[in-house]
Design a protein around this ligand. Sequence first.
Ligand code: BG6
Ligand code: MG
Length: 221
Amino acid sequence: MGKIKGYIFDLDGVIVDTAKYHYNSWRKLANTLGFDITEEQNENLKGVSRKESLEYILSLGNLSFPDKEKIKLAELKNSWYVASISGMNDSELLPGALELLKEIRATGLGISLGSASKNSERILKSTGIFEMFDAIIDGTKTTESKPHPQVFLMGAEALKLQPDECVVFEDSFNGVKAANTGGFISIGVGNADTLNEADFVFPDLEGCTIEKIENQISNLK
Ligand code: BG6
Ligand code: MG
């Protein structure tokens, strides 16, 4: 295997500290509907589209609503989420993310976003990193949700690379699964137990360099 030519980043929980806002907003919705959700259940929401997340939440509460109501509930959750990220700036970038993006940019290697979020452009702009991406593939462009690999396959295609020439950074179990299914090298960012299907896991991106990544990849062989 040659050196990695493309770097595909999930957004929420990898580059920015927004996973907690998604959780808080879904929890508020569940509470409004009369029940609560746990952090463990929240793991299943990470990487999953807004629509599918709502279906999961409603199943936890044993609730069903007509489609029209579901759209309203998803909008309500999103309004709370958007309010919580409204004052966002570069202080919400997770440790090491900016440094790694800068290093990759400086080498001229490809960078794509691979996120389920429909709020990604707003987040990338408010944190000042929008221009660092060669391609932005997000929930406004995909039709399939992780663990389907579509979002990453579209990212590789936009970079004109094959999956095995790219690494994917993911903080969710579903995202790691998507990367593996698509034939990418999967790098878990976060808890090694939760992300046990990743090729390797970093607790966060702090101190994560191209050299470290290439070293880990050569250990896989
Ligand atoms: C993913 C998050 O990145 O985006 C999920 O991990 C979220 O929690 C999904 O549901 C969709 O995000 P949004 O911003 O379109 O509601
Ligand atoms: Mg994520």
